[in-house]
Design a protein around this ligand. Structure first.
Ligand SMILES: C[S@@+](CC[C@H](N)C(=O)[O-])C[C@H]1O[C@@H](n2cnc3c(N)ncnc32)[C@H](O)[C@@H]1O
Length: 460
């Protein structure tokens, strides 16, 4: 990988320049090559999806767990990555890292364990359409839907889980289901996934129930929009965005593997950089949050099916994933964590024990003890795998937050940095991005611990 750029970037107060931060010995001007100059960046939003919402391609599906595409741009600039590199995102999500890489002609690959989310990412990184054919196919399909509104209104009822009936009026839902059916009937294969992603992206925009993430509140009503119209304009957006992609990079590889980052199919030392945001230890249930889309597409029809198809494949980050009988909390950490860092393993075990006590005090409801232990087991395995995939001398950057279940502070990012150093990484550094979870200030029932989001930088 290229050394760090010569001139410090223009970064907001407190955030160090790459030289100060990552190579303390380097003096400004040592590197004769001109570095790219950055605009001032609002790093506090790096961990949120706010920037990505309106951005071309990134905004096709508003994944609340996504992060800012600007964070990836920043990382690529900071590390001076180019077309000779290959970037890994172990927790690909909806593909933010890979969309940015592809836009610069940088090959990338990643794993995403949630099958439905992996499909969205795969669609977002496929740009190799014959553009004239795409425009034609979209125009034809739009004309068909516009002219068959009557049919849509009288389409046969499809039996769907009740949640859908709470989000849409019967006629609107019928229209959306009709659009789905017509995609399957009429959209030719290279375009089918794109049409479906456009339709999925329209769901929350059209819903008459407040479907803002993370929770759907069926009782909170908002203005419902016509589903078919919303879908048609989503399709326009997709065509426009694809038209704006750089033609010379449309075939740059961006591989999205539906699978587990703890056991990925990629070769040893085949990446020169990695960037990701793993699940936080914050009780966010990815399977639950995509229920609306899962039910609509028929990917799952019940809570049980969602659990089986999604939950069990993901690293543990929510107490809803915990089956308590499977774990012994007194000795929960796997040997890999102890081998990587006995001191951190001991600290984690102490937090787990404390959480077992708190659980009894709180009436035995939430299994945060199991969650914390298992989270570090899972993340340790993912770091070990990343160490295998990354070339020596390369860098792995992660956006992540700490947490305080039942008021017990768990410095996730520091623990993971220390664990990584026992798994083949040479060093770690932490840069705070923002404070978060300030709700505790106004809610005495919640914990009193200020939380933050940080950038963890690992040197391989
Ligand atoms: C914070 S999100 C990443 C969001 C992503 N940056 C984006 O652009 O949408 C974490 C992702 O990790 C995925 N995940 C959880 N366990 C996984 C595993 N074992 N292997 C791969 N992905 C996993 C979740 O489904 C989720 O999409």
């Amino acid at each position: 990988m290229d050394p760090l750029p010569a001139r410090p970037y223009f970064l907001p107060g407190g955030f160090p320049s790459p030289e100060e931060a990552l190579s303390p010995g380097a003096e400004e001007g040592n590197d004769p090559r001109p570095g790219p100059r950055l605009r001032p960046l609002d790093i506090s939003e790096f961990g949120t999806f706010k920037d990505s919402k309106a951005a071309p391609i990134h905004g096709w599906f508003q994944y609340p767990a996504g992060f800012s595409y600007r964070a990836v741009e920043f990382a690529l600039d900071w590390n001076r990555l180019g077309r000779g590199d290959r970037v890994l995102d172990p927790f690909t999500g909806t593909g933010t890292t890979q969309v940015v890489c592809k836009g610069r002609g940088i090959p990338s690959a990643g794993t995403e364990a949630h099958p439905f989310v992996a499909r969205i990412a795969r669609t977002k990184v496929f740009w190799d359409y014959d553009y004239a054919e795409l425009q034609e196919a979209v125009g034809r399909f739009q004309a068909h839907l516009r002219s068959s509104r009557e049919e849509a209104r009288h389409a046969a009822e499809e039996s769907v889980p009740p949640l859908l009936g709470k989000c849409f009026s019967p006629s609107n839902l019928r229209g959306l289901l009709y659009a789905k059916q017509e995609i399957h009937r009429r959209a030719p294969p290279p375009f089918r996934d794109l049409f479906e992603v456009a339709l999925i992206g329209a769901l929350r925009q059209a819903s008459g129930a407040a479907t803002g993430w993370p929770y759907i509140s069926p009782r909170k009503r908002i203005t419902e929009k016509d589903g078919i119209d919303t879908f048609l304009s989503q399709l326009d957006r997709c065509v426009r965005d694809l038209g704006g992609t750089p033609p010379r990079f449309r075939r740059t590889p961006a591989e999205v593997v539906e699978g587990d980052c703890r056991q990925s199919p990629f070769q040893d030392a085949s990446f020169t950089f990695a960037f990701t945001s793993p699940p936080y230890l914050n009780n966010y249930d990815y399977a639950d949050r995509t229920r609306l889309e899962g039910y609509f597409t028929g990917f799952a029809r019940s809570w049980g099916e969602i659990s089986q198809k999604v939950r069990e494949k993901l690293v543990m980050s929510a107490t809803t994933q915990v089956l308590r009988s499977r774990f012994r909390t007194t000795d929960i950490l796997e040997p890999a964590v102890w081998d990587a860092s006995p001191a951190v393993a001991e600290e984690i075990q102490r937090k787990v024990d404390l959480l077992t006590e708190r659980r009894w005090e709180k009436g035995g409801r939430k299994s945060y003890d199991v969650l914390v232990g298992q989270y570090f087991n899972d993340l340790t395995r993912s770091l070990k795998e990343a160490a295998r995939l990354l070339r020596r001398g390369s860098r792995y950057m992660l956006i992540l937050g700490d947490s305080a279940p039942y008021g017990v502070h768990v410095p996730t990012e520091a623990y993971l940095g220390r664990i990584a150093c026992g798994l083949g990484f040479q060093s770690y550094r932490l840069f705070p991005l923002r404070s978060r979870g300030d709700k505790w200030r106004s809610n005495p029932q919640r914990h009193q611990v200020p939380l933050k989001e940080s950038l963890l930088v690992l040197e391989r």
